[in-house]
Design a binder for this molecule. Structure first.
Ligand SMILES: Cc1cc2nc3c(=O)[nH]c(=O)nc-3n(C[C@H](O)[C@H](O)[C@H](O)COP(=O)(O)OP(=O)(O)OC[C@H]3O[C@@H](n4cnc5c(N)ncnc54)[C@H](O)[C@@H]3O)c2cc1C
Length: 324
């Protein structure tokens, strides 16, 4: 049996941030992830300056693909606006691998299936033992499922459905575009150029509202890519988009229990207006690590529910999570 002070299940931004600070505090940390890194992660890869600062990363020093936008191009019906809002784009394929390596923890490829309590310890798949267990496994996190789901179920009214693709593309327009509520989509679509000749295009909406409308997020794809072509933004004939679902911030009451902690998408922490999950994932990972290292309470109180930052927050919150 392999023993560590702490096991972190999932090596995305939540898990790697937590592992990084646990290592700094002197703990022996094992990260288990079912994927081999670098791994693809469906995500537009829009990262806020606050998230970079939480990571103690100066964008100028980040050695991989990063672009900075000083304004966003927002579109709603016939209206367009360009609010000042400094944001960055990264490629998750690179970013997550970079953060995980920097964390300095032992990383093993392993899909976690079963977790048991044994006295004050946790035993994972009869192969790993630890005192502290961190669930950073995203929407289907096995730590959440084992110890938190029953008392703290995710709210289906806050579930998003997304559909997107990232690919090599010689883009010409270096702006980040967002289109809201096109054709009744209860969400928005995006065009996010990346440094190094990549682009991410996709759309997302609230899953329950899509269902009530009798459709799903895939129904909007055809019109969206037609629009990209008509606007001269992307002309591409090999689309092969993929879907993924995650939860926005609800009233999550229980995030730690007997040395087990949940962070990032396993809790459902993405913002209620823009569905931004990277920043909250990082913050929660850092807070859980601090709680483990110092014994102070782990609380989500310091993690924003809204992205704000020049974005039409109130309108989006009402539209995205109207059931709340
Ligand atoms: C299409 C799309 C676009 C998005 N765009 C943005 C954006 O532009 N900006 C933004 O801030 N947020 C965005 N988000 C949200 C953001 O991607 C997530 O909130 C963020 O990745 C959460 O990080 P995490 O570390 O909690 O989970 P993840 O990044 O999902 O990492 C979880 C890890 O756990 C591993 N894992 C899962 N199950 C197991 C298991 N049983 N055993 C071992 N390992 C396991 C997975 O392999 C994975 O590596 C987007 C999401 C989607 C789907």
């Amino acid at each position: 049996m392999q023993v560590a002070d702490a096991i972190v299940v999932g090596g995305g931004p939540a898990g790697s941030s937590c592992a990084w600070k646990l290592r700094e505090a002197g703990l022996d940390v094992l990260v288990l992830d079912r994927a081999k890194f670098p791994r693809p992660k469906l995500c537009a890869g829009w990262v806020t300056p606050e998230a970079m600062s939480d990571l103690e990363l100066d964008p100028n020093d980040y050695p991989l693909s990063l672009m900075t936008f000083d304004e966003l191009h927002l579109h709603w019906k016939m209206l367009s606006a360009k609010p000042k809002s400094r944001q960055h784009s990264i490629r998750r394929f690179e970013f997550d691998e970079f953060l995980l390596q920097r964390a300095g923890a032992t990383v093993l490829r392993h899909k976690v299936r079963e977790i048991q309590r044994d006295g004050g310890d946790y035993i994972v798949d009869d192969a790993f033992r630890c005192k502290y267990l961190v669930g950073a496994g995203g929407t289907a996190c096995p730590v959440y499922r084992a110890f938190f789901h029953e008392r703290n179920p995710h709210n289906s009214a806050l579930q998003t459905a997304t559909y997107e693709q990232e690919f090599a593309y010689d883009w010409k327009d270096p702006a980040c575009h967002l289109w809201f509520f096109d054709d009744g989509l209860p969400g928005y679509a995006w065009y996010v150029p990346k440094a190094g000749g990549y682009i991410n295009v996709g759309l997302g909406g609230m899953a329950e509202q899509l269902k009530q409308q009798g459709g799903n997020v895939r129904d909007y794809w055809g019109k969206f890519v037609d629009k990209l072509t008509k606007r001269g933004l992307v002309s591409y004939d090999q689309y092969n988009p993929t879907g993924y679902s995650y939860f926005l911030r609800g009233d999550v009451d229980i995030v730690s229990d007997r040395n087990a902690y949940i962070v990032g998408d396993s809790v459902g922490l993405a913002t209620r207006d823009m569905c931004e999950g990277i920043g909250p994932a990082i913050k929660s990972g850092l807070l859980a690590a601090r709680a483990i290292a110092t014994g102070e309470e782990y609380s989500l109180a310091g993690i924003n529910r809204f992205s704000g930052g020049g974005l039409p927050s109130k309108l989006l919150e009402r539209k995205f999570a109207g059931a709340q």
